[in-house]
Design a protein around this ligand. Structure first.
Ligand code: SAM
Ligand code: SF4
Length: 324
């Protein structure tokens, strides 16, 4: 459907859990965050009911996220249900990859449309430092096997100064060996890891252009998100840069987010939204839910409010609950 600014909202990111088996320094504090109680998290039937309503008003593409989605029991069955919903064109998942290897056969069998895997270092030691867990071998194995199994794989990396930014070109090299996209996500202030310093999209691009002088923009559509893609003749896949703070994606924004406790978030950087759990659990019927979602999307904020404005919107709060 179109919002009040004429933007076509056809993509929803659904966070199915706020829990995670890693503690990435830029996303979660070491002790974790107070998890939602199980009864506050939407059941899969509730998530499916909301997804059906979203599809009726024009949503076509769904990304399942977390916390760590594969850490929630039943995630694979939920993905299968989404894949079979009439009207849905693409179902993808974003995962830290720790539990991915044993899920691969099911993902291939259901013909999942893409798997985004977060990986912030190619060194086991640095990986452990950033995520506070010793899971690099499991994630790496899962990436290699996912590619071998023919899945469409994107590797997501958040470059942080002094931690992993010296690996930017090493990450790009992965696209020479494997037909994958490697995407660099600019670090965003989330109230966690405040001492960390991200690397701007422009800086990342500069370093990559030095390593690949023939790097040019790749304009083929490669997903539903705001990444800008680049390609060199040496690469089998592409490089993506997601610089939410540097570029303003807002005029072309196509998405809304559903948090695991059922809040429809209209913009990553705004608190505005709609409490769908309250509606579901107070007996609203499908027409009422559909009308409320339509009305909420219509008033999606025009743009994010960083860019010099200080205040509560400077922090996007709890990335692990929103799902990125
Ligand atoms: N656990 C899954 C994963 O890591 O892919 C899904 C949830 S995670 C919140 C989704 C994405 O958000 C990941 O790619 C992660 O790197 C990114 N992310 C988390 N905190 C971030 C931050 N402060 N700035 C930029 N990206 C962030
Ligand atoms: Fe967990 Fe993903 Fe956040 Fe890392 S980025 S702590 S894997 S939710």
């Amino acid at each position: 459907m179109l919002d009040s600014l004429g933007r076509d909202i056809d993509y929803i990111r659904i966070s199915i859990t706020d829990r995670c088996n890693l503690r990435c320094r830029y996303c979660m504090p070491e002790e974790g965050v107070q998890p939602l109680s199980h009864c506050d998290v939407l059941r899969y039937e509730e998530l499916l009911r909301l997804t059906r309503a979203a599809v009726r008003i024009g949503v076509r593409n769904v990304k399942v996220t977390g916390g760590e989605p594969l850490a929630r029991k039943g995630c694979i069955d939920f993905l299968r249900e989404l894949k079979s919903l009439p009207g849905i064109e693409h179902v993808t998942i974003t995962t830290n990859g720790v539990l991915l290897e044993s899920a691969l056969a099911d993902l291939v069998q259901m013909k999942i449309d893409g798997v985004n895997i977060s990986l912030d270092s190619l060194s086991g030691e640095t990986y452990r430092h950033i995520t506070r867990q010793d899971a690099f071998p499991a994630v790496w194995r899962a990436i290699v096997k996912a590619v071998e199994a023919g899945l469409r794989v994107k590797v997501n990396c958040v470059p942080i100064a002094g931690l992993n930014d010296m690996e930017i070109v090493d990450f790009a090299l992965l696209t020479e060996d494997m037909p994958i996209d490697v995407r660099f996500i600019e670090f965003m202030p989330s109230g966690v890891g405040e001492s960390l310093e991200g690397i701007s999209g422009e800086e990342i691009l500069g370093r990559l252009t030095e390593a690949y002088p023939d790097l040019i923009q790749d304009t083929r559509r490669r997903g539903f998100g705001p990444a800008r893609y680049f390609k060199s003749s040496k690469m089998r896949g592409s490089i993506g840069i997601i610089d939410a703070l540097g570029s303003c994606f807002c005029p072309g924004c196509n998405r809304v987010r559903l948090t695991s406790d059922g809040f429809l978030k209209l913009c990553l950087f705004h608190d505005k939204g709609l409490d769908l759990r309250e509606m579901l659990r107070s007996g609203a019927d499908d027409n009422e839910i559909e009308a409320a979602i339509t009305e909420a999307i219509f008033r999606k904020p025009e743009r994010y409010t960083l860019g010099g404005i200080t205040g509560p919107d400077m922090s996007i709060k709890n990335m692990s609950q929103i799902g990125g």
